[in-house]
Design a protein around this ligand. Structure first.
Ligand code: S3P
Length: 168
């Protein structure tokens, strides 16, 4: 059995926060590909980017994703870039798990990105970098998702309720 729910979306859209609330409500374990990679490698995502490079990080991400897609009844949050490779796109389209895209605008994400978490891809000009990534990724997120939830201006509990409603 695959995960009960897969959350996708860009950096700063709230996948971890929402995923934890939903998992608690469903009484299921919450997993996050970034945290799984950090546990496995015993270093932070930023350290991996800096010391080993992005290519290595993407390999680790692919391998964690492959494993997690086989794991039973979890709520799984994917790092913003995890669904982008062709392999990941096909796996996510094929899987029975509902895939929810948390959609956020640049205006709403701007205050959250750049300083409150380690985000190696947003080190310089976080807003510009975020928007550039989104131009490539937005159509992919939309194509993979079973539903899109607009998180702009909403409290985490409200967003989590919308996700739970979609699941029932
Ligand atoms: C990335 C998103 C990050 C993390 C890494 C790369 C991306 O995860 O995997 O910094 O390529 O968008 P979050 O989306 O959880 O911040």
């Amino acid at each position: 059995m695959p995960p009960r729910l897969i959350l996708i979306g860009p950096m700063g859209c709230g996948k971890t926060t929402i995923g934890k609330i939903v998992a608690e409500n469903l009484n299921l374990p919450f997993r996050d590909t970034d945290l799984l990679i950090e546990e496995e490698e015993k270093k932070s995502v930023s350290e991996i980017f800096l010391e080993d490079g992005e290519e290595k990080f993407r390999l680790l991400e692919k391998s964690v994703l492959r494993k997690e897609l086989l794991s039973d009844e979890t709520v799984l949050a994917l790092g913003g870039g995890a669904p982008i490779s062709m392999d990941a796109q096909s796996a996510l389209r094929a899987i029975a798990s509902p895939v929810v895209y948390l959609q956020i605008s640049l205006a709403n994400v701007a205050p959250r990105i750049g300083f409150n978490r380690d985000r190696p891809l947003l080190l310089h000009n976080p807003r510009g970098q975020w928007e550039t990534l989104m131009q490539e990724r937005r159509p992919i997120y939309e194509a993979i998702a079973d539903t899109v939830i607009d998180v702009n201006g909403k409290e985490p509990d409200v967003i989590a309720s919308e996700v739970l409603e979609f699941l029932t």
